[in-house]
Ligand binder design. Structure first.
Ligand code: 3PG
Length: 392
């Protein structure tokens, strides 16, 4: 790929600006999963070894620009990094336009970029300000590389040198491996509640996969082509499109389901064949027969792409389908398996399967968009910058 990488650029004693994705889940201002921070530590270590003046940018959540809210502050992440890099001075600044003082081998973290007015709209003034802070801009926020924002996109055009960091490069390489000349059969498991948000990616995945297994609300929309699905979530507007896809591609939909049955005074959980769902039933997970069928497909596959749970996995009653899929993927040692997305990672962590999946992407939306479009806005920016096609 024709882009500059951190590996090739001399950053020794340089002022470097690194865009990371430190958007980790939080509860009461406490980090509940540090996976994304851990994935960025290597990049920070390389910068420290090079005695660079290191400036770090990241977003956290989706705050309103110009309005500080403690809930979205990067302070807990700064504290986390101070513990990790005990010997390193780590400054923390709120105002991006404030004058900065930093020595070689020190780190300066700016407060959540999404508090900065203009960030979301890729504002020129803000992008230029970011760029003015450094000699080299390193884009390493794969999880946010699908956003055309000032700190992920615009800054790259205005900085003297822009390059991709090691995490971004490893994500690109692993994702390309699964979509360019993959070992076959290639299967995709796509779960989640809304087909509308994943329809384009579903279409792209159908084109490259030998088999696509759908679950959750996405599967319910397919089931609704021919079946009554009771109170289950689905999207009526997408039934026609789902029907077209089903005709053209090998899409596996659940043959049975675990349903929640609500009658006047009681709630029951029972297994039902997909064509026997009734008015008061709500599909919550795939059924035992579907699990067995999917396990067989997973066992024979050589490449596996997985995004999204196939049931309401947060509740132990409806976790079995997702759990068994996760375990089958982890047991298939012959396959190259790749997983991405917040819920998918939560499942993998819940069952301690992290080391048994070939590659776990740090991206959710970025992971899916890369598979769909084979590139992302931040990657396009780095390509243009490399070829000196400078248009913001
Ligand atoms: C993510 O969590 O997927 C990334 O950090 C991107 O966040 P965003 O969807 O708020 O841009």
């Amino acid at each position: 790929m024709l882009i500059n990488t951190m590996k090739k650029i001399n950053i020794y004693k340089k002022k470097i600006l690194i865009r990371l994705d430190l958007n980790v889940p939080m509860k009461n201002n406490k980090i509940t999963s540090d996976e994304r921070i851990k994935s960025s530590l290597n990049t920070i270590k390389i910068a420290l070894q090079n005695k660079s003046k290191i400036i770090i940018l990241s977003h956290l959540g989706r705050p309103t620009e110009g309005k500080f809210k403690k809930k979205y502050s990067l302070l807990p992440i700064v504290k986390y990094l101070r513990k990790k890099f005990k010997k390193t001075i780590i400054h923390f600044k709120k105002n991006i336009y404030e004058e900065i003082k930093i020595n070689y081998g020190e780190i300066l973290i700016f407060e959540n970029v999404r508090f900065n007015v203009g960030e979301k709209n890729n504002d020129k003034k803000l992008s230029k300000r970011y760029a003015s802070l450094c000699d080299v801009f390193i884009m390493d926020a794969f999880g946010t590389a699908h956003r055309k924002e000032s700190s992920t996109y615009g800054v790259g055009f205005f900085s003297k040198i822009s390059c991709a960091g090691p995490l971004l490069m490893s994500e690109i390489k692993s994702l390309q491996k699964s979509i360019k000349n993959p070992k076959r059969p290639l299967i995709t498991i796509l779960g989640g509640s809304k087909i509308s948000t994943k329809f384009n990616i579903l279409k792209s995945l159908c084109k490259i996969s030998d088999t696509v297994i759908v679950g959750g609300g996405i599967a319910n929309t397919f089931l609704a082509i021919k079946n009554n699905i009771g109170n289950s979530i689905y999207e009526k507007n997408f039934i026609k499109l789902a029907k077209k896809l089903k005709k053209k591609y090998n899409i596996i939909i659940p043959i049975d389901s675990k349903v929640k049955q609500t009658n006047i005074n009681e709630i029951k959980y029972i297994f039902k064949k997909s064509n026997t769902i009734q008015k008061n039933d709500e599909i919550m997970d795939i059924g035992k027969k579907s699990i067995k069928k999917i396990e067989k497909i997973i066992k024979k596959s050589k490449t596996i792409i997985w995004n999204g749970p196939v049931g309401v996995f947060e509740s132990s009653e409806f976790r079995d389908g997702t759990k068994r899929i996760a375990y089958s993927i982890s047991k298939n040692k012959k396959a190259f398996s790749i997983a991405g997305g917040g819920d998918t990672l939560a499942v993998i962590n819940m069952f301690n399967l992290k080391n048994k999946i070939s590659y776990i992407s740090t991206g959710g939306g970025a992971f899916l968009e890369f598979i769909e479009k084979k590139t992302l806005p931040a990657i396009n920016m780095l390509k243009k910058k490399y070829l000196k096609k400078i248009n913001v």
